[in-house]
Design a protein. Sequence first.
Length: 81
Amino acid sequence: MSSDALVEHLGEVGKRRGRHPGQVAIAWTLRNPAVTGAIVGARNAKQVEGDVGAAELHLNEEVAKIEGESTNEPKSATAAS
């Protein structure tokens, strides 16, 4: 999935969940066991509140779709018979 398509998909998930795409992206990042924290930038208190809200967002069925479509791993090939 291209970066543009990923951003679009995060926006769709956010719309369904009533959240900003940035919150979905932060929640998706934080669910990775290798990630201990996400560095985010905020210009005002309202943005900080939104970013903190991402920690409370639990993505379930959306994760498989996000991760499945965002991997850039090559597809396995089989030898022709």
